[in-house]
Design a protein around this ligand. Structure first.
Ligand code: SF4
Ligand code: SF4
Length: 150
């Protein structure tokens, strides 16, 4: 994968949009769609198993199904194409374009305090960008590509 392809996966803050639950082309959406198909008409059986197996866990199936449907309906195209649906106060998306950089570490103001992130995400973003600065964007991507986002 070359720099441009990696850039389309990684947001300027260094998070991997392709692993986000809200990403249209991500694994979480893909596996949720597959699980929805595999479960078929499980609603009926969830009720039956509640009785047959005295299984209170099956009472929770409607909530599980709603969560699965939510994951399966993900439609975000990623940070490079639209504003983030999760971090609504994110200032980085517009800011990195104004500064003319692909990632925050390439900006002369990095690390800045006007990302709009909460403390947790701010620390993550600074860590991600310092790592990219140290080992390069390609090296960073190879380091995180098999790691879970959550
Ligand atoms: S832009 Fe935000 S909501 Fe969309 S895939 Fe990336 S992290 Fe997820
Ligand atoms: S000013 Fe801050 S948010 Fe904007 S590109 Fe530079 S480091 Fe990132």
């Amino acid at each position: 994968m070359d720099y441009e392809q990696i850039k389309n996966r990684l947001s300027p803050c260094g998070l991997d949009c392709s692993k986000c639950y809200a990403f249209d082309g991500g694994d979480i959406k893909k596996h949720s769609e597959q699980l929805k198909v595999a479960l078929g008409n499980f609603d009926v059986y969830a009720e039956r198993f509640t009785e047959l197996l005295h299984g209170d866990i099956f009472r929770k199936y409607p909530d599980f199904k709603a969560m699965l449907a939510h994951f399966a309906s993900a439609e975000c195209q990623g940070c490079r194409k639209e504003h983030c649906k999760l971090f609504r106060d994110c200032k980085v998306r517009d800011c990195h374009e104004e500064k003319g950089v692909d990632f925050c570490f390439q900006c002369h103001e990095f690390p800045c305090k006007h990302t709009g992130f909460d403390e947790h995400l701010q620390q993550r973003s600074v860590h991600n960008n310092k790592r990219m600065k140290a080992i390069g964007v390609e090296g960073y991507y190879h380091e995180v590509r098999d790691k879970q986002r959550y």
